[in-house]
Design a protein around this ligand. Structure first.
Ligand code: PGA
Length: 246
Protein backbone atom coordinates (compact mmCIF):
# COMPACT_ATOMS: atom_id res chain seq x y z
CA UNK A 1 0.00 0.00 0.00
CA UNK A 2 1.16 3.54 -0.69
CA UNK A 3 2.55 5.04 2.53
CA UNK A 4 1.27 8.30 4.00
CA UNK A 5 3.59 10.88 5.51
CA UNK A 6 1.62 13.44 7.51
CA UNK A 7 2.98 16.65 8.97
CA UNK A 8 1.29 17.72 12.19
CA UNK A 9 2.30 21.35 12.58
CA UNK A 10 0.56 21.60 15.97
CA UNK A 11 0.31 25.22 17.24
CA UNK A 12 3.20 26.45 15.09
CA UNK A 13 3.62 28.77 12.09
CA UNK A 14 2.27 32.21 11.31
CA UNK A 15 0.92 32.72 7.81
CA UNK A 16 4.26 33.77 6.30
CA UNK A 17 6.11 30.71 7.71
CA UNK A 18 3.26 28.45 6.67
CA UNK A 19 3.25 29.64 3.08
CA UNK A 20 7.05 29.52 2.78
CA UNK A 21 7.06 25.94 4.07
CA UNK A 22 4.36 24.76 1.71
CA UNK A 23 5.80 26.56 -1.31
CA UNK A 24 9.13 24.82 -0.63
CA UNK A 25 7.42 21.43 -0.43
CA UNK A 26 5.46 22.01 -3.62
CA UNK A 27 8.70 22.80 -5.45
CA UNK A 28 10.25 19.54 -4.25
CA UNK A 29 7.12 17.52 -5.03
CA UNK A 30 6.87 19.02 -8.53
CA UNK A 31 10.29 17.56 -9.34
CA UNK A 32 9.82 14.09 -7.87
CA UNK A 33 7.13 11.66 -6.72
CA UNK A 34 8.58 10.28 -3.48
CA UNK A 35 6.29 7.24 -3.64
CA UNK A 36 4.15 8.29 -0.70
CA UNK A 37 1.11 10.49 -0.13
CA UNK A 38 2.01 13.76 1.59
CA UNK A 39 -0.44 15.36 4.00
CA UNK A 40 -0.12 18.70 5.77
CA UNK A 41 -2.10 19.47 8.93
CA UNK A 42 -1.60 23.18 9.68
CA UNK A 43 -3.45 25.18 12.33
CA UNK A 44 -7.12 25.91 11.54
CA UNK A 45 -6.48 29.56 10.64
CA UNK A 46 -3.99 28.57 7.92
CA UNK A 47 -6.16 25.92 6.27
CA UNK A 48 -7.61 28.33 3.69
CA UNK A 49 -4.22 29.78 2.86
CA UNK A 50 -2.49 26.41 2.55
CA UNK A 51 -5.45 24.92 0.70
CA UNK A 52 -5.22 27.66 -1.95
CA UNK A 53 -1.45 27.20 -2.36
CA UNK A 54 -1.61 23.40 -2.75
CA UNK A 55 -4.73 23.42 -4.93
CA UNK A 56 -2.87 22.32 -8.09
CA UNK A 57 -0.44 19.98 -6.34
CA UNK A 58 -0.89 16.37 -5.13
CA UNK A 59 -0.18 17.46 -1.55
CA UNK A 60 -3.14 16.74 0.75
CA UNK A 61 -4.74 18.94 3.42
CA UNK A 62 -5.95 17.99 6.88
CA UNK A 63 -6.82 19.50 10.25
CA UNK A 64 -5.60 18.62 13.71
CA UNK A 65 -8.96 18.12 15.43
CA UNK A 66 -12.71 18.52 14.97
CA UNK A 67 -15.81 18.74 17.16
CA UNK A 68 -18.12 15.73 17.36
CA UNK A 69 -21.19 17.83 16.52
CA UNK A 70 -21.88 19.39 13.14
CA UNK A 71 -22.89 22.87 14.32
CA UNK A 72 -24.29 24.70 17.32
CA UNK A 73 -23.38 26.57 20.47
CA UNK A 74 -19.78 25.35 20.87
CA UNK A 75 -17.75 28.53 21.17
CA UNK A 76 -14.26 28.18 19.80
CA UNK A 77 -14.81 24.80 18.13
CA UNK A 78 -14.58 23.71 14.50
CA UNK A 79 -16.83 21.02 13.02
CA UNK A 80 -16.15 18.29 10.47
CA UNK A 81 -18.44 19.84 7.81
CA UNK A 82 -16.52 23.12 8.21
CA UNK A 83 -13.26 21.27 7.57
CA UNK A 84 -14.68 19.56 4.51
CA UNK A 85 -15.98 22.90 3.28
CA UNK A 86 -12.52 24.43 3.81
CA UNK A 87 -10.97 21.82 1.51
CA UNK A 88 -9.68 19.28 4.03
CA UNK A 89 -9.65 15.60 3.24
CA UNK A 90 -8.29 14.44 6.59
CA UNK A 91 -8.53 15.20 10.30
CA UNK A 92 -6.41 13.98 13.20
CA UNK A 93 -8.49 12.84 16.19
CA UNK A 94 -7.40 11.64 19.62
CA UNK A 95 -3.86 12.99 19.51
CA UNK A 96 -2.30 12.33 22.91
CA UNK A 97 -1.87 16.07 23.50
CA UNK A 98 -5.63 16.48 23.18
CA UNK A 99 -6.34 13.37 25.25
CA UNK A 100 -4.08 14.73 28.02
CA UNK A 101 -4.72 18.49 27.81
CA UNK A 102 -8.47 18.37 27.09
CA UNK A 103 -9.36 15.09 28.83
CA UNK A 104 -10.53 13.50 25.59
CA UNK A 105 -11.83 9.97 26.12
CA UNK A 106 -11.90 7.05 23.70
CA UNK A 107 -15.67 7.55 23.35
CA UNK A 108 -15.27 11.21 22.40
CA UNK A 109 -12.49 10.34 19.93
CA UNK A 110 -14.74 7.73 18.30
CA UNK A 111 -17.56 10.29 18.02
CA UNK A 112 -15.18 12.74 16.36
CA UNK A 113 -14.01 10.05 13.94
CA UNK A 114 -17.63 9.23 13.11
CA UNK A 115 -18.34 12.92 12.47
CA UNK A 116 -15.33 12.94 10.15
CA UNK A 117 -16.63 9.92 8.23
CA UNK A 118 -20.08 11.43 7.86
CA UNK A 119 -18.47 14.48 6.27
CA UNK A 120 -16.18 12.81 3.76
CA UNK A 121 -13.06 13.20 5.89
CA UNK A 122 -10.47 10.52 6.57
CA UNK A 123 -9.91 10.30 10.33
CA UNK A 124 -6.39 9.72 11.62
CA UNK A 125 -7.05 8.06 14.96
CA UNK A 126 -4.10 8.26 17.37
CA UNK A 127 -3.23 5.73 20.07
CA UNK A 128 -0.16 5.32 22.24
CA UNK A 129 1.12 4.39 25.68
CA UNK A 130 2.72 6.59 28.33
CA UNK A 131 6.08 5.73 29.82
CA UNK A 132 4.32 4.46 32.94
CA UNK A 133 2.28 2.09 30.76
CA UNK A 134 5.39 0.86 28.96
CA UNK A 135 7.41 0.37 32.14
CA UNK A 136 4.53 -1.64 33.59
CA UNK A 137 4.47 -3.82 30.47
CA UNK A 138 0.99 -2.59 29.60
CA UNK A 139 1.70 -1.17 26.13
CA UNK A 140 -0.26 -3.71 24.11
CA UNK A 141 -3.29 -3.71 26.39
CA UNK A 142 -3.36 0.11 26.51
CA UNK A 143 -3.21 0.57 22.74
CA UNK A 144 -5.73 -2.24 22.30
CA UNK A 145 -8.25 -0.55 24.59
CA UNK A 146 -7.68 2.79 22.85
CA UNK A 147 -8.04 1.31 19.37
CA UNK A 148 -11.21 -0.63 20.16
CA UNK A 149 -12.70 2.36 22.01
CA UNK A 150 -11.67 5.13 19.60
CA UNK A 151 -12.29 3.64 16.17
CA UNK A 152 -16.03 3.74 15.37
CA UNK A 153 -18.00 1.05 13.56
CA UNK A 154 -18.17 3.38 10.53
CA UNK A 155 -14.43 2.92 10.00
CA UNK A 156 -12.89 1.22 7.02
CA UNK A 157 -9.51 1.33 5.34
CA UNK A 158 -10.61 4.18 3.07
CA UNK A 159 -11.91 6.55 5.73
CA UNK A 160 -9.55 5.73 8.61
CA UNK A 161 -5.82 5.77 9.27
CA UNK A 162 -4.36 4.65 12.59
CA UNK A 163 -1.38 6.44 14.13
CA UNK A 164 0.68 4.74 16.83
CA UNK A 165 2.41 7.44 18.84
CA UNK A 166 4.07 6.47 22.12
CA UNK A 167 3.41 9.49 24.35
CA UNK A 168 6.94 9.38 25.74
CA UNK A 169 8.43 9.57 22.25
CA UNK A 170 6.56 12.71 21.17
CA UNK A 171 8.85 15.72 20.98
CA UNK A 172 11.49 14.05 23.16
CA UNK A 173 14.00 12.77 20.63
CA UNK A 174 13.41 9.27 22.03
CA UNK A 175 11.97 6.45 19.94
CA UNK A 176 11.15 2.83 20.75
CA UNK A 177 13.47 0.16 19.41
CA UNK A 178 12.45 -1.10 15.97
CA UNK A 179 11.37 -4.41 17.46
CA UNK A 180 9.08 -2.59 19.90
CA UNK A 181 7.50 -0.58 17.08
CA UNK A 182 7.01 -3.78 15.13
CA UNK A 183 5.36 -5.51 18.08
CA UNK A 184 2.78 -2.73 18.50
CA UNK A 185 2.07 -2.36 14.78
CA UNK A 186 1.62 -6.13 14.41
CA UNK A 187 -0.79 -6.09 17.33
CA UNK A 188 -2.78 -3.19 15.86
CA UNK A 189 -2.91 -4.99 12.50
CA UNK A 190 -4.26 -8.12 14.17
CA UNK A 191 -6.94 -6.10 15.97
CA UNK A 192 -7.94 -4.32 12.76
CA UNK A 193 -8.17 -7.63 10.90
CA UNK A 194 -10.30 -9.13 13.66
CA UNK A 195 -12.69 -6.18 13.77
CA UNK A 196 -12.97 -4.80 10.24
CA UNK A 197 -13.55 -6.62 6.97
CA UNK A 198 -10.73 -4.70 5.29
CA UNK A 199 -8.53 -4.55 8.39
CA UNK A 200 -5.46 -5.64 6.43
CA UNK A 201 -5.71 -2.50 4.28
CA UNK A 202 -5.74 0.22 6.96
CA UNK A 203 -2.63 2.37 6.98
CA UNK A 204 -0.90 2.34 10.37
CA UNK A 205 1.46 5.30 10.86
CA UNK A 206 4.23 5.60 13.39
CA UNK A 207 4.70 8.95 15.15
CA UNK A 208 7.00 10.26 17.86
CA UNK A 209 10.38 11.91 17.17
CA UNK A 210 10.52 10.69 13.61
CA UNK A 211 13.37 12.55 11.91
CA UNK A 212 15.71 12.48 8.94
CA UNK A 213 18.08 10.09 10.68
CA UNK A 214 15.58 7.45 11.81
CA UNK A 215 12.78 7.66 9.22
CA UNK A 216 14.23 5.25 6.67
CA UNK A 217 14.63 2.49 9.22
CA UNK A 218 11.29 3.03 10.95
CA UNK A 219 9.35 3.24 7.68
CA UNK A 220 10.79 -0.07 6.54
CA UNK A 221 9.37 -1.97 9.53
CA UNK A 222 6.58 -4.39 8.63
CA UNK A 223 3.10 -2.92 9.17
CA UNK A 224 4.48 0.62 9.38
CA UNK A 225 2.64 2.33 6.52
CA UNK A 226 3.86 5.87 6.99
CA UNK A 227 4.58 8.50 9.60
CA UNK A 228 2.93 11.25 11.62
CA UNK A 229 5.62 13.86 11.98
CA UNK A 230 5.57 16.82 14.38
CA UNK A 231 8.77 18.84 14.90
CA UNK A 232 10.50 17.57 11.77
CA UNK A 233 7.55 18.61 9.60
CA UNK A 234 8.34 22.29 10.18
CA UNK A 235 11.26 22.56 7.76
CA UNK A 236 11.27 21.66 4.08
CA UNK A 237 14.63 19.90 4.38
CA UNK A 238 13.61 17.58 7.21
CA UNK A 239 10.07 16.86 6.06
CA UNK A 240 10.96 16.29 2.43
CA UNK A 241 13.91 14.20 3.57
CA UNK A 242 11.53 11.98 5.55
CA UNK A 243 9.14 11.73 2.59
CA UNK A 244 12.00 10.56 0.36
CA UNK A 245 13.60 8.19 2.86
CA UNK A 246 11.31 5.27 2.02
P1 PGA B 1 7.08 14.80 17.09
O1 PGA B 1 5.48 14.81 17.21
O2 PGA B 1 7.42 14.31 15.73
O3 PGA B 1 7.48 16.24 17.32
O4 PGA B 1 7.59 13.89 18.16
C1 PGA B 1 4.70 13.82 16.57
C2 PGA B 1 3.25 14.05 16.88
O5 PGA B 1 2.91 14.44 18.01
O6 PGA B 1 2.39 13.84 16.00
Amino acid sequence: MRPLIAGNWKMNTLRADASALVVGLIEQRAGEDPGCDILLCPPFVSLGLIGDIIAQSPILLGAQDCHKEESGAYTGSISAPMLSDAGCGFVIVGHSERRAQYNETDLLVSEKARAAHENALVSIVCVGETLVDRDADNTLSVVEEQLLGSVPKSANAKNTVIAYEPVWAIGTGKTPKNIQIREVHDHLRMLLENNFADGNEFRILYGGSMNLANAGEILSIKNVNGGLVGGASLTVKDFWGICTSL
